[in-house]
Design a protein around this ligand. Structure first.
Ligand SMILES: [Zn+2]
Length: 61
């Protein structure tokens, strides 16, 4: 399973001129601000899986 995380904007300057870096897997370079950064998947957030229909809105009226 290949991990593909493609950033659309530079997290530092917000530019879209990103290209994959040769530094390593998941590394990207921003041509605008000359920064290199790396994306890595950390895991799923538990609260992100919480459903809205779990009876949350029922106590209040
Ligand atoms: Zn940038």
């Amino acid at each position: 399973m290949s991990e593909r995380a493609t950033p659309f904007h530079c997290p530092y300057c917000g530019d879209e001129d990103l290209r994959p870096s040769e530094i390593g897997h998941g590394a990207w370079e921003c041509a605008s601000c000359n920064r290199a950064f790396k994306l890595s998947f950390l895991g799923l957030l538990a609260k992100g899986l919480r459903r809205s229909d779990a009876g949350e809105g029922e106590g209040r009226r």
